[in-house]
Design a protein around this ligand. Structure first.
Ligand code: AMP
Length: 175
């Protein structure tokens, strides 16, 4: 199994983006490197713990990149959680705050059936607002959330405390 160290080495810190004071974790160097991107997907797939996953849910927009590849690898469906107004069918939505703003996320109301095994994937866990909204939407749809998996966790923001007792895992942690 690949190690997360090479992923960590590839992630680029961009200071003061998109606002002063934010250190943005740029994952595009991971995406641009074929073996590294494949390793990141392999490591995220481990979070299924060998369970048969029905749906991999990705969060708009960088989460889509990882979640779709994980879904393909696991033979699962892919479900997008999107920013308000982007999904065409009937939706459920929730507002939340993130490290540098406020937003509303939505999911199609029929995207996940009650009891389906779900892996939630996003690129980064910061304050946990985005992930907490996603988890709440999945709880409303009565999904069986196997794990919320992140490439990166900003541990000093304590985002995981907002995700209840769900299993949370990140490949790379910054404290
Ligand atoms: P939060 O809701 O605060 O946990 O923010 C998580 C979301 O915002 C993720 O979808 C990330 O893509 C994005 N995000 C927040 N902070 C950063 C950061 N420092 N670097 C890169 N992305 C971030």
């Amino acid at each position: 199994m690949p190690s997360a160290d090479s992923l960590r080495a590839a992630i680029r810190d961009v200071h003061d983006f998109p606002k002063p004071g934010i250190v943005f974790k740029d994952i595009t160097p991971v995406l641009a490197d074929g073996p590294l991107f494949r390793d990141s997907i392999s490591l995220l797939c481990e979070e299924a713990g060998g369970q048969a996953i029905d749906k991999v849910v990705g969060i708009d927009a960088r989460g889509f990149i990882f979640a779709a590849a994980v879904a393909d690898r696991l033979g699962a469906g892919f479900v997008p959680i999107r920013k308000k107004g982007k999904l065409p069918w009937n939706t459920r939505g929730l507002s939340y705050t993130l490290e540098y703003g406020e937003n509303i996320v939505e999911i199609h109301e029929d995207a996940v059936s009650p009891g389906e095994k779900v892996l939630l994937v996003d690129d980064l866990l910061a304050t946990g607002g985005t992930a907490a909204a996603a988890v709440e939407l999945l709880d409303e749809l009565q999904a069986d959330l196997v794990c919320a998996a992140f490439l990166i966790e900003l541990g000093f923001l304590n985002g995981r405390t907002r995700l209840g007792d769900h299993r949370i895992h990140s490949l790379i942690r910054y404290d």
